[in-house]
Design a protein around this ligand. Structure first.
Ligand SMILES: C[S@@+](CC[C@H](N)C(=O)[O-])C[C@H]1O[C@@H](n2cnc3c(N)ncnc32)[C@H](O)[C@@H]1O
Length: 342
């Protein structure tokens, strides 16, 4: 087995040795440790490995910050690898690169064209086109950083960590059925199905133009590559789910509703909870900032008053899935898990 641990705060070779020694001393089952302060990672391997919580305690005791630990074993052991694509679509990156080139051409082109115009006009045009160019460069930079952090082939594997952390809350009875709203490339549906081999999981998505690389076919081929057969994928709309009330034993969703403009987010949550059976569990992860979702504490109180149990809002931007700094850089501040039982 192999795990990649992401650690913040290591500055030099001595820090690497400090972390490696702490891991070796605490866990005799770890046979190999490779620490890199430049990458901010420690890769550990052995026949069995410590849990993430055990690793967190040992790393934090050294004075460095434990960000995450991702199990690399599953993907490496299979011949055909799943391809979960990326939450930052490649089209978006190319779009911003093209906008950067165009805005640079505008900047220089207009300044040349206006060389005989008044200085005031040249300054105004220079500032406006310069700002557009700067904004485009910053967006390209953001896209590349986010792409690498989210990538299933990168070092950080943030998407994998979030998907697995959300799936952890999906527990189904034997022969039960779960629903993943906005399943994208199938990652969360498949993770839930893997955790619940005695049940099945349905993933729905509208597979629109904005996430052109996600599709029903991709979800199905990822399921096959993962060796999971208890999944099903259908086209559907989160704003109006095509299922009767109380159909599912569990409902999950990850980073979907904040993408749906023009809809009250609490009404979208209600639509998802509508199809959940009494006694069923839910785990919904999204950017639940007040500006987007309104007063979520009040929403939780309303659910509890209606008889929902164990309802909790778990902020995940404070070290659970990502550090504050990382959440801010990736524009994921406000990421929260809403979990409970109907
Ligand atoms: C950031 S991706 C997340 C995908 C997936 N949940 C995951 O964790 O990998 C957002 C997904 O929401 C889907 N989506 C957006 N609006 C939707 C809607 N109205 N109904 C269903 N899916 C929607 C998009 O197609 C996209 O696949």
């Amino acid at each position: 087995m192999t795990k990649t641990i992401t650690i913040e705060g290591m500055m030099c070779g001595m820090c690497e040795a400090h972390v490696a020694d702490a891991i070796r001393n605490a866990f005799s089952e770890v046979k190999k440790v490779t620490v890199s302060h430049k990458k901010g990672t420690a890769v550990i391997s052995g026949a069995t490995l410590p849990t993430n919580e055990e690793l967190r305690k040992v790393i934090e005791a050294t004075g460095y910050h434990f960000v995450s630990a991702v199990d690399e074993t599953v993907g490496n052991e299979r011949a055909a690898k799943p391809d979960y694509k990326n939450w930052v679509p490649k089209g978006m990156i190319y779009g911003f690169i093209a906008a950067t080139v165009v805005s640079a051409a505008l900047f220089f082109g207009l300044l040349i064209l206006l060389k005989d115009s008044s200085q005031t006009l040249r300054i105004v045009v220079g500032i406006v086109t310069g700002l557009i160019f700067f904004a485009c460069v910053m967006m390209v930079k953001w896209c590349l950083v986010a792409y690498n952090k989210f990538s299933y082939n990168g070092i950080r594997k943030l998407s994998k960590q979030i998907v697995e952390g959300t799936a952890w809350y999906a527990t189904l009875p034997k022969d039960g059925t779960g629903l993943d709203v906005g399943c994208g490339s199938g990652a969360l549906t498949i993770a839930c199905a893997k955790r619940n081999p005695q049940a099945r999981f349905i993933g729905i998505d509208r597979w629109g133009k904005e996430y052109a690389s996600f599709s029903k076919d991709l979800c199905e081929s990822n399921s096959v590559a993962e060796g999971v057969s208890n999944t099903e994928f259908r086209k559907g709309d989160a704003t109006k789910l095509d299922f009767p009330d109380e159909t599912f034993d569990a409902v999950v969703s990850n980073y979907v509703y904040h993408n749906i403009g023009g809809y009250d987010k609490q009404a979208l949550l209600r639509e998802t909870l509508r199809v959940l059976k009494k006694g069923g569990t839910f785990a919904i992860h999204d950017i639940m900032s007040k500006g987007r979702y309104g007063d979520m504490q009040k929403f939780v109180s309303e659910l509890k008053a209606e008889g929902y149990e164990d309802v909790q809002l778990i902020p995940t931007d404070n070290g659970v899935f990502m550090s504050r700094l990382e959440a801010t850089r990736l524009m994921l501040r406000g990421s929260t898990l809403l979990v409970g039982k109907k």
